[in-house]
Design a binder for this molecule. Structure first.
Ligand code: FAD
Length: 453
């Protein structure tokens, strides 16, 4: 045994960890846990092939996805060379300040070199690149085509001791997989809150905001000169009563994903005329002009988000031992700022911090969920404040939201002319600066008094 093997063995704190769900949150959680457990098993309902592809378990994956620089930096730390590989496979790294046409509230954000590079690739490609690297780790194994149907509880009901899953390859026979730690990365449809309650544990409180958001996407050929050479386009909704937005993101194979979306039931239709008509109705013409005379390469795929949801595991008085949850399983946002994957990645990284500090999985739940709640707070507040701009959004609106939105509109408008405000905004969007940084006197002055740069 080499010295490095010995030191890795020394770090192991358990025999077996189970990760439920093999999407972005699950893949990174498994990578983190492979440093601490002798064996890690990832259980996934879909069949996972060794190639890039969007799959049934992620109906959102066919819509425009980009991964923020803050999240890519974490992924590159666990999977060295990942970003370069995505790039080499035809993905695009685009500067959020200079390669991005972003229309918001009556104007385009003023371009500048931000150094913040958004990674754009199909979701299937991004995950395949991560998955194949994960599965090269000798103590990680994958149990695909297995649907998790429940959790197992330890004797004396002090914690979670494994999962129950049905084998979709063999007549739905049920299997039990035991482990000392179970991580829920099952996404927005996770049954874990229900399963925990059924076993006699407290269920986490659910905060929900009804947004009635719907999107439709299709793929087009990417041609030289599109978007005047820019790498991507976003057209935000507004001013009211416009509830519609659209985006064009590049993916490998010289293609564009074109996504149209709207809130409060104002959804794009999934037929040719409806799709184009919706594109024409956006507040700026760039998206429509790009696709109007072009043959689409695919049919239109739709996805609906009736409500955004946040489970407050962090507020539970007592948590079952051996259970953690990450990603959309804890909190799913509307995709306005594209922060869902970044939040998931940051939460999975906290598993490393929490286990690294405690050197034990016993009792880490409280600390883990307290830390991840702080990460989730920012995108949750940013996106739900945005949702409450729309009159049909239903839910508990935090005090001061309207005032915050009014100021936020001023910040957005200031980005049309002022790169200092634009840069401050991008850092908040990238989750690398707190929203409070937009209230620094210099930014407030520039946003409210209209100082030009
Ligand atoms: C239209 C749209 C656009 C978006 N754009 C962006 C973007 O640009 N940038 C960004 O960062 N985020 C974006 N998001 C958010 C992002 O898609 C999610 O935050 C992210 O997918 C969450 O990852 P996850 O691993 O937590 O869950 P998911 O990706 O939902 O994965 C859950 C996994 O669990 C599996 N699973 C579910 N149930 C079971 C079961 N019972 N047994 C076994 N396996 C099961 C599923 O098959 C799946 O593999 C967007 C979302 C939408 C809706």
């Amino acid at each position: 045994m080499t010295m490095s093997n010995i030191s890795l063995q020394d770090r192991k704190i358990g025999d077996h960890a189970i990760v439920m769900g093999a999407s972005i949150a699950g893949l990174l959680s498994a990578r983190v846990l492979s440093d601490y457990f002798k064996n890690v098993t990832v259980i996934e309902r879909d069949k996972l092939n060794d190639r890039p592809e969007n799959r049934k378990g992620q109906p959102q994956a066919g819509h425009g996805h980009g991964i923020l620089p803050s999240a890519m930096a974490i992924l590159n730390r666990y999977f060295p060379g990942l970003g370069d590989a995505v790039n080499e496979s035809g993905g695009v790294m685009a500067d959020l300040g200079s390669s991005f046409i972003w229309y918001v509230l009556g104007g385009y954000r003023k371009p500048f070199e931000s150094g913040l590079l958004l990674t754009l690739a199909s979701r299937g490609n991004l995950e395949w690149q991560i998955r194949r690297r994960l599965l090269e780790i000798p103590n990680v194994s994958l149990l695909d085509e297995h649907r998790v149907v429940g959790l197992m509880t330890s004797e004396g009901k002090t914690g979670v001791s494994g999962v129950r899953a049905v084998n979709l390859r063999s007549n739905d026979t049920e299997t039990e997989v035991r482990g000392e730690l179970v991580v829920d990365a099952l996404g927005r449809e996770s049954g874990a809150p229900r399963w925990l309650e059924a076993m006699g544990y407290d269920a986490p409180q659910l905060n929900s905001v009804e947004v009635d958001f719907g999107c439709a996407s299709r793929i087009y050929e990417r041609q030289k000169g599109d978007l005047g050479g820019a790498s991507m386009l976003v057209i935000n909704p507004g001013p009211m009563p416009n509830l519609r937005c659209g985006l064009i993101f590049p993916i490998e194979g010289d293609r564009w994903v074109v996504t149209l979306a709207g809130w409060n039931g104002d959804h794009p239709q999934a037929d040719d005329a409806g799709f184009l008509g919706y594109a024409r109705s956006l507040p700026a013409p760039d998206l429509y002009d790009t696709i109007v005379d072009r043959e689409p390469l695919t049919q239109i795929g739709v996805f609906k988000v009736p409500a955004v949801r946040r489970f407050r595991y962090d507020k539970l008085d007592s948590l079952p031992e051996g259970f953690l949850a990450v990603g959309d399983a804890v909190c799913s946002f509307n995709p306005t700022f594209g922060q869902g994957m970044a939040s998931a990645v940051m939460q999975a990284d906290v598993i490393n911090t929490a286990i690294g500090q405690h050197r034990n999985i016993k009792g880490i739940g409280k600390d883990f969920f307290a830390r991840t709640a702080k990460i989730i707070d920012v995108p949750w507040k940013l996106s739900t404040s945005g949702d409450f701009q729309f009159p049909g959004t239903r839910g508990k609106k935090p005090f001061g939201t309207d005032l915050l939105n009014a100021y936020f509109d001023r910040v957005q408008k200031a980005t049309h002319r002022d790169v200092v405000v634009h840069e401050a905004f991008l850092k908040v969007m990238n989750l690398s600066a707190p929203p409070i940084s937009l209230f620094k006197p210099g930014i407030v002055r520039r946003s409210l008094l209209g100082r030009k740069n």
